[in-house]
Design a protein around this ligand. Sequence first.
Ligand SMILES: [Mg+2]
Ligand SMILES: [Zn+2]
Length: 219
Amino acid sequence: MNVVICCDFDGTITLTDTGKILLSNLTNEDWQYYDDLVIKGKMGTREALVIQWGMIKSTTTEEINRIVDEIEIDPAFNQFYEWTKEKGIEFLIISDGFKTYINRILHNHNIQIAETDIKSNDMELVEGKFKLKFLTPECEHNCANCKYSQVKQFKDKGRKIIYIGDGLSDILPARELADVILAKENEDLAKELKNDSRLITFRSFANLLEEKTKEFLLE
Ligand SMILES: [Mg+2]
Ligand SMILES: [Zn+2]
């Protein structure tokens, strides 16, 4: 099928942002300051993530797992994902987060997505400190994982792009490349593109499973 779904992970599939939850739990330093710089367009996520994760003085895999295991996902996500598989729609997770926790959260909720369908950064814990590994090379937006260039590869092949997301890092790829934009209600992506004719807002994946939405996505 010509359609490809490009879906954000944190705050879209999960109910909260895993990266922010981890930072809140593992450091007392003011990591939010760097999020504000990203929001204001004064810093890219690549630079911000290096500074923010560098604030964590020491942690362990057990501590990370304990926090990650509290993360909840949208209760209807699995059903939506199963529907895309049934219809033969390619479904990719494109995230500026980290593979380590994404895999664990998906596994915790019995969601089986092929490793190759998850495009995200990775991290390694070396002597208690995080070593970040970014998926894409440096780009003009200073992204950690450049969602724009990830989605563009599919756009250039003439694929129909259904973009699902919620936050700041979704605005550029959605605005420039999407054919349909599914945005979490009241979040940055929906607010920023509120007058865009391609925009459909949703509260939960349950909304996307409604008959008329499914028909529309398959058009
Ligand atoms: Mg997000
Ligand atoms: Zn970029």
